[in-house]
Design a protein around this ligand. Structure first.
Ligand code: NAD
Length: 264
């Protein structure tokens, strides 16, 4: 379905971004990966996912807190594949502390990586998306927000502010391009068992002197009525739907996949 398209997925060396990158490659899209840590493992996984369609995989190590890096990454993607058709703004970090103890530099980092990076990547890819399809425009921008883009939780001021901001940016981008073939939507996961959440489970286990298994059960029970993690594969399938012809008039939604968290 996405053969010949190119997807740039930020923060895709791990977790949700990697799941979405694989799902898009399975549909034939070329993928530009981004993120820290091991690159060769994730690259091989995405290559394997896209092999049947000959999808190509590239990587750029932009630090998403740095505007110049983001500019370089978009230019690199265009140099490699000619165009960015699908942008998935996924890179994100977490920091947990009450507001009065929240280190200002952690606030700045969370806002830069979880919110401002999406603005920069979006403004850089939009002109060529708007010119696509003989000026009618074609593109898909998918912002990985969070259920914390819809509701708050204590100790997560920067994260909740960034994710609510990302949902707002999603709506504005969708509206500004509403008469074109460019859609912009947000995905709002509940708990997904990735390294970002594993750190929070481990901290809970250490704080309360309980096992990691019990901390995991408690974490889910506090917020997620299904008592189940959402998976990167499920989120990848939702991203594929947004990219499909059936998703052409889905504009500006914040779609939660959260086991009922925000329904409470
Ligand atoms: P993760 O830690 O597994 O992956 C984060 C990715 O972002 C990694 O590839 C990492 O290298 C990259 N990254 C971090 N800082 C970066 C930077 N400065 N520049 C470039 N890349 C950077 O986390 P995840 O759980 O897969 O989170 C992905 C997104 O999903 C985040 O935006 C997160 O807020 C969101 N999210 C996660 C959950 C969850 O429960 N895990 C729930 C809702 C939303």
């Amino acid at each position: 379905m996405l053969k010949g398209k190119t997807a740039l997925v930020t923060g895709s060396t791990s977790g949700i971004g990697l799941g979405i990158a694989k799902a898009l490659a399975q549909q034939g899209a070329n993928v530009v990966l981004n993120g820290f840590g091991d690159v060769e493992g994730p690259r091989a996984e995405v290559q394997a996912a896209g092999r049947a369609h000959g999808a190509k995989v590239a990587y750029h190590g932009a630090d998403m807190s740095r505007v110049a890096d983001i500019e370089d990454m978009v230019a690199y993607s265009v140099r490699n594949f000619g165009q960015v058709d699908i942008l998935v703004n996924n890179a994100g970090i977490q920091h947990v502390a009450p507001i009065e103890d929240f280190a200002p530099e952690r606030w700045d980092a969370v806002i830069a990586i979880n919110l401002s990076s999406a603005f920069h990547a979006t403004r850089l890819v939009l002109p060529s998306m708007q010119a696509a399809d003989n000026g009618k425009g074609w593109g898909r921008i998918i912002n990985v927000a969070s259920v914390h883009g819809l509701v708050g939780s204590a100790q997560k001021s920067a994260y909740v502010a960034a994710k609510h901001g990302l949902v707002g940016l999603t709506k504005v981008c969708a509206l500004e391009n509403a008469t074109t073939g460019i859609t912009c939507n947000a995905i709002c996961p509940g708990w997904v068992l990735t390294p970002l959440v594993q750190k929070q489970v481990d901290a809970k286990a250490a704080d309360q002197g309980i096992s990691v298994a019990d901390a995991t059960k408690q974490l889910l029970a506090e917020k997620e009525p299904s008592l189940q993690f959402t998976t990167p594969e499920e989120l990848g399938a939702l991203a594929v739907f947004f990219c499909s012809p059936a998703g052409a008039n889905v504009r500006g939604v914040a779609w939660n996949m959260d086991g009922g968290w925000a329904a409470q």
